[in-house]
Design a protein around this ligand. Structure first.
Ligand code: SF4
Length: 271
């Protein structure tokens, strides 16, 4: 049919189990926080979405058991460990459907106790999880004590080896270097490291970042963007996201949903 757009099949994808989080980071691209309602993806929806993704998700270059930030399938949020039972279920379902390169993205709030932390990671590994992505940045350490992040890194390296991804490693090294204990405000971070300390930061200008970090960005009137074309971003096939309400979000655009992800196969077929 004329005028129809046919999005490509997603080759890598993240599933937001919920928007609820223990933190309220200034840069959060989905504006997650503890104030979000306690809504989580339902098991039937999870099953439906995973059954479709199973045909499309491709493994990381290092193989089905390897991981990469923009490869395979990841469970995210919000904070997935806030509903640990659901996270284990989600990993088991992904394993049942044979989805490759599955990892979880976390802020490590749950990693206060070495024994319990190891137990959870081992249980997830046994359920089929291939790796862990541990967030580290100046906005997260305003909420999560660095000791927990550091312990999560140590345990994950022991249990998942090289499938431990630290995002971003430069910030982890900064905090290790100064022996950070507890939390640190962003204002204090700037006193210690200056704006120069942020030179590696990957900030995606969407969600809360546009409001809370507005002074970090150069500002333009809306008409400046009228001739921009975001087609390629909206139609890219990697690192799409599906949330707990069924929204299918491609690219890093401002929260646009292309369709109800529970009917994603129809969208890909019919445009
Ligand atoms: S920890 Fe992650 S999901 Fe939670 S508020 Fe921060 S950036 Fe958002």
């Amino acid at each position: 049919m004329a005028g129809r757009v046919y999005p490509p099949k997603p080759i890598s994808c993240g599933i937001l189990l919920s928007y609820r989080c223990t933190s309220e980071c200034r840069h959060c691209m989905y504006a997650c926080s503890p104030r979000w309602s306690d809504d989580w993806i339902s098991e039937p929806d999870l099953r439906r979405v995973l059954s479709m993704l199973a045909d499309w998700i491709v493994p990381a270059p290092s193989g089905r058991s390897g991981v990469g930030v923009n490869y395979g399938l990841h469970f995210t949020g919000g904070e997935p460990f806030l509903n640990y039972g659901l996270l284990v279920k989600a990993v088991s379902l992904a394993e049942e459907f044979g989805i490759p390169s599955v990892f979880v993205e976390t802020n490590s709030f749950w990693c206060a106790d070495r024994g319990r932390g190891a137990e959870m990671l081992e249980e997830l590994r046994d359920a089929g999880l291939e790796g862990v992505l541990i967030s580290v940045n100046p906005f997260l350490v305003e909420y999560t004590p660095f000791e927990r992040i550091d312990l999560a890194v140590e345990l994950s390296r022991r249990i998942f080896g090289r499938n431990t991804m630290i995002y971003q490693l430069e910030f982890y090294d900064q905090f290790k270097r100064i022996g950070l204990k507890g939390t640190m405000s962003f204002e204090r971070y700037l006193e210690v490291f200056g704006f120069e300390g942020l030179r590696w930061v990957e900030l995606i200008p969407m969600g809360r970042a546009c409001y809370k970090l507005r002074d970090v960005f150069r500002r333009y009137p809306a008409r400046y963007f009228f001739d921009e074309n975001c087609r390629s971003s909206l139609l890219r096939n990697w690192h799409a996201h599906i949330d707990n309400y069924g929204n299918y979000m491609t690219g890093y655009c401002g929260g646009l949903s292309l369709c109800d992800a529970r009917r994603l196969d129809e969208l890909l077929e019919e445009g």
